[in-house]
Design a protein around this ligand. Structure first.
Ligand SMILES: [Ca+2]
Ligand SMILES: [Ca+2]
Ligand SMILES: [Ca+2]
Length: 188
């Protein structure tokens, strides 16, 4: 009884309807896509570095939207084609305290520019930053003080391939601070 003419015809009609439906969807005016025009941008200053590249910027927007990028050498970051709505912005850099901004509004056709935020250095202990500059970070730096190191050595806070007084002074200066660092208000 398998493959009776009746069932086959019903299947054909079903497939035809599905294809027509898909075509209709594909050719429908893209009203939703036309609204994806908001942009969001900002800049990061990595304490103790003149090359501000490598910080990871993640944004979380309406309807579960998310995206990420990294800063360029000037510290700049930018997203385009964003759905209109409210965003959360997180910026992370290895060996640095993180920055966080919530309630960021991105508007259709607009460009939202956040103020430049300075990430503070010294959070280097452990496999991952623990978002706190404390004695554990100082101990890690002291353990290799005076050495020349490779780019992955976490105690090298300022990335100059040496563990010296610059790393110690920065970390000591940020002692007791935790993530997120203060984000200056827009326009400042
Ligand atoms: Ca800097
Ligand atoms: Ca730490
Ligand atoms: Ca260093």
């Amino acid at each position: 009884m398998r493959g009776s003419p009746h069932r086959a015809r019903a299947l054909c009609v079903g497939v035809a309807l599905f294809v027509l439906g898909a075509l209709a969807l594909a050719t429908r005016p893209m009203g939703a896509a036309q609204r994806l025009t908001g942009a969001l941008q900002g800049a990061v200053d990595l304490q103790g570095r003149s090359d501000e590249s490598g910080a990871q910027v993640r944004i979380f927007g309406p309807g579960g939207y998310s995206a990420s990028t990294t800063t360029d050498a000037s510290g700049a970051w930018r997203f385009e084609g964003l759905p209109t709505g409210e965003y959360r912005v997180e910026i992370e850099m290895e060996r640095y305290l993180d920055a966080l901004k919530v309630g960021v509004w991105v508007e259709s056709g607009g460009v939202t520019t956040l103020s430049r935020v300075k990430l503070l250095g010294g959070d280097c202990a452990g496999a991952a930053d623990d978002d706190r500059v404390d004695i554990l970070d100082m101990v890690v730096i002291a353990g290799v003080f005076g050495s020349t190191v490779g780019p992955t050595t976490r105690a090298d806070i300022n990335g100059d391939l040496a563990i010296n007084v610059l790393d110690v002074v920065m970390t000591a200066g940020n002692y007791g601070l935790v993530s997120p660092v203060p984000w200056p208000p827009s326009g400042s």
